[in-house]
Design a protein around this ligand. Sequence first.
Ligand SMILES: [Zn+2]
Length: 634
Amino acid sequence: MLRVACILLGGLLTLAACSKVPPPAAKARVIVLGFDGMDPALAEQGMSDGTLPHFAQLAKSGHYQRLGTTNPPQSPVAWASFATGANPGMHGIFDFLRRDATNYAPDFSIASSTPPQHVVHLFGWALPLDSASVRNRRDGEPFWSTAERSGERATVLRVPVTYPPDSVTRMLSGMGVPDLLGTQGTYTIYATRPIAGADNGGRVELVEIGADGTIQAQFNGPAHPLRPAAAALSVPLQLVREGNGARLTLDGQSQILALGTWSPWMHAHFRFAGIGSVAGMVRAYLLEGFPRPLLYISPINIDPSDPAAAISSPSGYAAELAHDIGDFHTLGMPEETWSLNQGHMSEQGWLDSVKTTLAEGEAMLYDAIKRDDSELVVEVFVQTDRVSHMFWRGIDPKHPLYAHASELARGAIPWIYREADRVLGEVQSRLRPGDRLIVLSDHGFASFRRAVHLNRWLAESGYLAFKPGADTSAPLFAQVDWARTRAYALGLNGIYLNEKGREAQGIVDAETIGRLKAEIAARLSALRDEGSTVVTEVFDAASIYHGAHAGDSPDLVVGYAPGYRASWQTTLGGTPAALIEDNLQLWSGDHCIDPAAVPGVLFTSFPMDAPAANIADLAALILRQLSAPAKPST
Ligand SMILES: [Zn+2]
């Protein structure tokens, strides 16, 4: 009605004035809250011992059940099935990593970027004629788009595998959004001495303290957008002693850094050619002070107020949100798990950053609920997953690091579950009568005590062969003799056959594929580690995936027993000497195992109208609730 009035009065009113007319309030809403990795055993324990009162109340007044997850139970796979209601064979996301069959190289599964099609080379400058494109690899229609087609409005916040954003009323992309370097999160450490782990994660910049007692350096940002061969764009960085802390000046702006405290966001403009700049922002953390300072700088987040890539829909929503709630992490996976894992960040500093991302996620959710202009509001909180990955060693007496776990480590998982309960209570207090609430997780959790070098097993079992005299520990299959290799492992759960006609140097004939898969599955299932089962089931992809993308999946999906997981080296095609070894990394919990062992949770504030056994059933459940007549709140 208001829009009609605007059109009729078009000659009298400006368009700007019309656009300020508030949209109609949403009718009864469906609010969907995801807590990534919330485990049913821990949730049920907390509901019965009184530490999760809001979850207990929701289960009592509404509905609670365990929720089946995808195979494999990895977040990008499960959230893609959540969004589309489809089997991975339909949406095409099978693992964090996929492999390029033409060269066996691993590739990020979630989003792909294509360089500009038309480039004019002129005096060493590459001038793009059209912008580079980024594509979400998830296929199929997400339920928020279906809802919008039937006239509902959707606000979708930080759901994994939503980059670039779908065109809905409002969306802020989640897992998949890169940092300004184009990576999934590269941190930087400035150190005056060599530090451990520098070769495996982050950028370590060795610097010297000058005669004036200060550190003067450059902070490197993105590649030159017009001249790929030129040095990366950078801004000046200065660090000066200030009491026990330091004063950091980055791109002309200063912040006092107290020891062991995160700085507010610091903005940097990476200028090029005097004609443009790329906006980024970081937070700094002083790990150690002068005389031997150790300065940590977060990955360079895309600045939501001046985004260098499409991170929201409409494109101005990110800036609007930053204006309303302040700057926030835009990186798809902002919890810097790798820096904690590498010992480049303290446990306290890491948990403090989780508190920040949680507060940001809450602020944007409460803003969306308050706007009251979307019938569907969806947000996923990933902090439950990240804290469980990093601190399972604090709650599992059988984990090899349990005895060394700090007080902080032992309390971290109980803390994040209580935080999830608090967020649930905050959301419940903001609901209107008639609103319906759905809370779910994409999978549960298990301990990660022992790391399995699956390529070593394939080599020892005669399926993977090396070149004579090779250094077999090298990653990316550098030393593999493909002419004698029938199978190889890559990613967190996948085994691929070296299939003739598909792989670049494939040798496995079509007629032997079935027999080979069955043989590997049987032998791997029989593997024992000091008497314990390592793999509970090896799934034949042909029997678990269907759909247009089924042919892109690994050939076998390995369902590890709880306690076991593929080693990090396996994920990138490495083959260390040991077959199975203790996991002595702080990344001590995981869920990339047999899906039967790690179901998620589902709570609803209303009685279920039909069974929802699996996360892929949620899309239909949510769409039914959206179209159901409003009922008084329960
Ligand atoms: Zn996870």
